[in-house]
Design a binder for this molecule. Structure first.
Ligand code: ZN
Length: 324
């Protein structure tokens, strides 16, 4: 394991994940009285092993852990929080909106919701069992679930010896928070903004309505922060926050145009057909099918809400067309 001190006292701890991105950036911050962990990985044997190794390398005893911060409910960030809480006795903090989302999402009922969503977006029948199986498996990787202390927008959280402000920045998930340290310009961005890939913006049973609109508003909100160093949830850290926000906005504007073109070319299209045309070659696993479908439908929903597309919903598969 390669642990890197990205700013003084804050270490990147790469935890392996059973997902296409292969690892998540968790962070361990040293403080005078103990350690703060930010994000946790899926709860798998490999993650436990990686955390134990990190504790050894950094000289952390479980009782030294003062707080565990989970930035959003996705399993690569939330999954091992319950296990780490049992190990350390530390409180687990999440944004207050996300606490409710996690409670709603991480139960068996949402497996069925995903299946229904896939059916309504016309995912072929032979691919749906894989989606269901994958979701059930993911559900098993977020156990035991932590006891969470909710934190509101604008609250201060200690990360090591620094104080960070909680900023609610929905879109990637509805209760996602980033942590902002004004004094030194450090943004703990998790999956709001990544350096070289575009964070997944998904519509579907796990999302609030119009997630792309929420996401673009969140980019506009953080774009104004005078950040010096951005520590993301995956891949490399970066420092050009404003530029990266602009690139991501432009990326989604291009994708919206692409979706309109696909619907125009096809005459009418289902969510699945748009996902195929956008992402066909990369839909090589159930996880990627779920991400691709959610992303396609988020863009379709954004366009439909602004009357750039019309939606026909007669109870079967939902169909999208250009307005007459
Ligand atoms: Zn995420």
């Amino acid at each position: 394991m390669e642990i890197t001190e990205l700013v003084p006292g804050i270490y990147r701890v790469p935890i392996p994940i059973p997902a296409p991105l292969r690892e998540v950036n968790c962070y361990a911050a040293r403080g005078r009285h103990g350690w703060t962990l930010v994000d946790t990985g899926f709860h798998t044997a490999a993650a436990e092993e990686a955390w134990r190794q990190a504790f050894g390398l950094l000289g952390i005893r479980p009782s030294d852990i003062e707080a565990i911060i989970v930035t959003h409910f996705h399993p690569d960030h939330y999954g091992a929080a319950g296990w780490l809480q049992r190990l350390s006795g530390a409180p687990v903090y999440m944004h207050d909106r996300e606490v409710a989302v996690a409670r709603r999402v991480w139960r068996e009922a949402t497996v069925k919701d995903l299946e229904t969503f896939a059916e309504r977006q016309a995912v072929p029948g032979h691919l749906r069992p894989g989606l269901v199986e994958r979701r059930r498996q993911v559900l098993s990787w977020v156990q035991p679930q932590p006891e969470v202390t909710p934190v509101p927008e604008g609250a201060s959280l200690a990360v090591g010896d620094r104080s960070f402000r909680v900023l609610w920045t929905p879109g990637h998930t509805d209760g996602l928070m980033v942590l902002w340290n004004e004094e030194e310009g450090i943004l703990l961005a998790n999956d709001l903004i990544l350096g070289d890939i575009s964070p997944n913006i998904s519509a579907g049973p796990l999302a609030a309505p119009d997630p792309l609109d929420r996401y673009l508003a969140s980019l506009a909100k953080v774009r104004e922060l005078p950040a010096v160093r951005v520590l993301p949830g995956h891949r490399r850290p970066f420092d050009d926050l404003r530029n990266r926000c602009d690139e991501l906005r432009a990326h989604h504007e291009r994708r919206l145009k692409d979706v309109v073109d696909i619907v125009r070319r096809r005459g009418e299209a289902t969510g699945w057909e748009v996902a195929l045309d956008l992402f066909g070659p990369v839909m090589n696993s159930s996880a990627n099918v779920e991400f691709a479908l959610g992303e396609a439908v988020a863009h379709l929903e954004y366009l439909a809400r602004r009357s750039a597309l019309t939606v026909t919903d007669e109870g079967g598969a939902v169909r999208y067309r250009l307005p007459r």
